[in-house]
Write a protein that binds this ligand. Sequence first.
Ligand code: FEO
Ligand code: CA
Ligand code: CA
Ligand code: CA
Length: 616
Amino acid sequence: MTLHCRPKRLTRMSELGFDGVVSRRIVLLGGAAFGVAAFADAALPPKAEAVAMEFDPVSANQEDTITLPDGYTWHVVASWGDPLWSSGNAFDSTSRGTAESQAMAFGDNNDGMSCFAVGNRTLLAVNNEYTNPMIVWGNRASQSYENEDDIRKGMNAHGVSMMEIRRGAQGWQVVKDSPLNRRITPDTPMDITGPGRGHDLLKTREDPQAVLALGTFNNCGNGRTPWGTYLTCEENFHSYFHSPSNPDWTPTDALKRYGVKASNDRYGWATIAERFDPALEPNEPNRCGYIVEIDPANPIARPRKHTAMGRFKHENCEMVVARDGHIVAYMGDDERGEHLYKFVSSKVYRRGMDNPSTLLEDGTLYAARFDENGTGVWLELTPETTGMDTAEICIHTRQAATAVGATTMDRPEWVTANPKAIEAYCCLTNNKNRGKSGQPVNAVNPRPNNQYGQIVRWIPAQGNHSNQEFKWDLFVMAGNPTVYQDAYSGSSNITPDNMFNSPDGLAFDSQGRLWIQTDGNYSNAGDFAGMGNNQMLLADAGTRSIRRFLVGPRECEVTGITWSPDRTTMFVGIQHPGERNPDTCHFPDGGMSIPRSSVIAVEKPGWFGLGRAAIG
Ligand code: FEO
Ligand code: CA
Ligand code: CA
Ligand code: CA
């Protein structure tokens, strides 16, 4: 394999993705047949230059607010239940809304998002991942749905919120009644594209041709295409299916692989819509777990479910144009022991000629194998390698990845590609099952019972993201150096001042700064003592130094990041504040208000000039 890299200039072990001390201790801990020498051989040269990180880091804390470095400000752009149209009702914290009001309002539990310039308008596309029964039905004594309207309210709080925003005297606010505003819900019709279109595994009574799916839900991370469309990624779809019609129903092995089981009745959808009852509609779960493309400039365009990009619990979708012109989409499957994927389009991208594009309807899927010596291979998923036909590979993608021997990972969350270097990074958030049956400790997932997580990075061979070969290292292993002295203390770039757990959201800005968002244990006790609430950090890809930039409110996850087209504002998602003890959290409204997931705008006078480059 030939890698076109800058000359190696790593001389100290502490500069490696894995520092020597940690590596030696991992060998002792995990018993795996790798060590310092293997990482020295495979160490990646620093591809990205060091970038300035001009702020004073903030301390970990358990405040019920947003903490930022001195000089930075924040304000709320939208919270769960805020109406997008003037005919919608303002959020009612007593009833917590109705099915009708929620259909007209910003959804719940915002996650991945992208900002688009549409003409002279600014549009924010935001995923609304799921609902928390304690919050959405917190008006009920049962803290659950009690009638059909409750269930429909919950459904309407899922999906995607597309909304024009504008900066006024109050900062960035939603433009009510904008022609661009749109709610996409679990009932929105969407075209099925790619090899799965028309396939028997996707046929239902309502859609015997398998061409038109209803809705999208559990939309986690996101992506954007070079031709200016939004990508929303379907993650934990399994938890919406159960069978009120048949108490004896049991899932097939194929459904079990995706987590579908008889007891998933948290949302109640199957009690009002037969398609969520797999005893009646066994193929409906096969129509979920895809990448969905939405055109932000055309609010009546049907979204498209792209089966060619594979079916799994999609985290986000990081899209790049490879050196050879093919579209490459990196995608994590967030489940313990599942895999990291990429899709490579069959045709090449032609700038300015690709909207609407068919590039995501035809291509090849690959799953990653990370070898012990710091090299890796993208294993092609084809009929020859898997024994499955092309449509089956797209629908039962997990089984295809197992067939080729892909590496089981510590829950791959967001992937991001560096705009300043040909390299990509992925958060492996945590994995309590590492070291147990079927998930042996290996070089890229080196710690048994991994409660802290790590970030892996790779450089594709020949500077081409469509190449099948790559080199990799661990950019950081999260850990707690105040509790542990071994591998669980983290890699050398973790200190008592920047420690965190469970990296999840991950995005480069256009200057090559790497933003890390966490979805971890916020107990601030035991193994997590001193880490405080979930947070956002800024990392330097060149030096591997990491500084804490933001701390979120109590019991939140920080997830979702995008920038205004004028690059003056960074939008950040605050998801599920007060998720376990809602009485202890009153973000963002304060007083005795109920906690609401929100998008905030972060600014500083004269800042930032960052934002994403051509893609992302
Ligand atoms: Fe929706 Fe894996 O986070
Ligand atoms: Ca996530
Ligand atoms: Ca997570
Ligand atoms: Ca979470």
